[in-house]
Design a protein around this ligand. Structure first.
Ligand code: KG4
Ligand code: ZN
Length: 329
């Protein structure tokens, strides 16, 4: 079954053709970093306008690269939320028009569900049940996943997402947008123990909180430091984020008695988080599944993968499908 997936939830215009929710035939991503970097973050209005320009060429490229035609598709899956409403609107409108003109079924996919299914796009694939940690620019949450469509939220951030904290701290340090890759790189030459930034462990809860950490970095910077310390600040900030992510995942696998973890979302591209999560999983004798770096950040292959399972279950959407900025899983 070939599914065309479309994702325009944030600042990447992406389209992908995948087979049976598992094999990527094509995956095209048009990013907007050059447009937003001078503002130090995503400007929603500019993101929407760029999606309008890019959606048709990106979808055409994904279809051509797959060597397929629209007639070969079993369905068209689109992310309808959560995300930036103006951005989501472009993908949803385009997918609806495509379904209307081709007669193919329309499938709506939650962006978070997409991130979970990014772990199914490569070998080895996880069995159920598993604990899913999603860490992105908009979300930081833990789920227990018992099967396709069976999700129980165990915890979520109460304020900033981990990626948002990376981006805000990067801005404070003058490192630009997106902050994650810049801090990841700098931290490799820094001392993670140089500054003892706070870790919000929130006892008895699997929720997260990163806004205090961001403020602690701001206060540290106000205290007047030399530029030579930026790598140490990066490494110490990153250690504080990762310590919490690892500890909460450990609690989750213990609490749910499930020794299987998936790690996904843009922050899962982080080299130190990947290393530390692997170490923890080995120590706990847990299986760990982390997608390749390119499948951690936003992509439409993950939307097509989740869409395949919805289509198989008969969960199709009507032409009254609307995007939703806040859409819990
Ligand atoms: O999943 P994603 O592409 O979009 C959302 O759904 O939000 O995640 C984007 C986030 C950004 O905050 C970016 O700074 C972060 O992922 N990110 C990273 C790395 N690469 C991307 N954070 C830490 N280390 C990285 N290497
Ligand atoms: Zn995402």
């Amino acid at each position: 079954m070939l599914i065309l997936g479309i994702d325009t939830s944030c600042d990447d215009t992406s389209a992908s053709v995948t087979e049976d929710g598992a094999n990527i035939i094509s995956n095209v991503i048009s990013g907007q970093t050059l447009i937003h970097e001078k503002y130090g973050g995503i400007v929603p209005e500019l993101a929407s306008r760029r999606h309008i320009e890019k959606i048709w060429p990106v979808v055409s490229e994904a279809i051509d690269a797959a060597g397929a035609g629209y007639r070969d598709l079993s369905g068209i899956a689109v992310c309808n939320g959560p995300g930036l409403i103006g951005s989501l609107l472009i993908g949803c409108s385009f997918a609806k028009a495509l379904c209307y003109s081709t007669g193919k079924p329309l499938v709506a996919v939650n962006h978070l569900e997409g991130h979970i299914y990014s772990s199914f796009l490569e070998e080895p694939r996880p069995d159920f049940p598993f604990i899913a940690l999603i860490v992105s620019g908009g979300h930081t949450c833990l789920y227990r996943v018992d099967g396709f469509g069976q999700y129980k939220e165990l915890g979520r951030t109460r304020d900033d997402a981990a990626g948002e904290a990376y981006d805000k701290v990067s801005k404070l340090l003058g490192l630009g947008y997106p902050g994650g890759p810049a801090i990841d790189k700098l931290a490799q030459n820094g001392d993670p123990k140089a500054i003892d930034f706070p870790r919000a462990y929130l006892p008895e809860s699997l929720d997260f909180s990163f806004s205090g950490l961001k403020t602690a970095v701001l206060n540290f910077l106000k205290s007047g430091i030399g530029p030579e310390l930026i790598s140490n600040i990066s490494a110490s900030f990153q250690a504080a984020v990762i310590d919490v992510l690892i500890r909460k995942t450990e609690w989750a696998i213990k609490k749910e008695r499930i020794k299987r973890i998936t790690l996904s979302g843009g922050v899962a591209a982080n080299s130190e988080l990947r290393r530390r999560m692997k170490k923890m999983a080995e120590e706990r004798e847990a299986e760990l599944f982390i997608p390749s770096v390119g499948l951690c950040t936003d992509n439409a292959a993950m939307i097509a993968a989740a869409g395949y399972h919805h289509l198989k279950a008969g969960n199709t959407a009507g032409f009254d499908l609307n995007p939703v900025a806040y859409l819990p899983l």
